[in-house]
Write a protein that binds this ligand. Sequence first.
Ligand code: UDP
Length: 140
Amino acid sequence: MLETTFSIIKPDAVSRNLTGQIISRFEAQGLKVVASKMLQLTQAQAEGFYAEHKGRDFYEPLVAYMISGPIVVQVLAGENAIALNRQIMGATNPEKADMGTIRKDFALNMRENSVHGSDSPASAAREISYFFSQTELCLR
Ligand code: UDP
C-alpha cells in the first residue's frame, strides 16, 4: 500500500551534520522525500506536537531538547512507508535498536535519538498536517 509518513531529523542529528546521511538511508530503502523544510520549533509547537506525552517524566526535557536547535521535518512516501520508516529508524532506546538502524548508528541516548517517525496512519495524518499543507506535498 502506498503511504505517506511524517519524519523529523532531530536537533542532535542536524547539529552533527548527519542530515544527508539520514536522508540517504530513507532513499536507499525506497522511501521518497515528498516534502521537506528546516525550522526551529517554538516551545508551543513542541509542546503541542508531543501533547500525548504531557505529564510523563521525560516530557519537559524532551520539549527543551526539541527546541534546542534546528530540525528537518519531512514527509516520506512509499510502500508501507509508516512501518518501513520505523524499521529504518530502530527502537526508541538506541541500546535496544537493531544493527544498521539510524538510532543504533547515530542516536546519543533515549532522548537525543536522532529521528522521529509516525507510528500509525492516524498519527501520520495528524503530524503531516501539523507542519505541512496538502499543497506542499509533491506526490506526483
Ligand atoms: N523519550 C525520552 N524518554 C523516554 C521515552 C521517550 O526522552 O523514556 C523521547 C524520545 O526522544 C522519543 C520521544 O520521547 O523519541 C517520543 O517517545 P515515543 O515513545 O513516542 O518514541 P518514538 O515513537 O519516538 O520511538
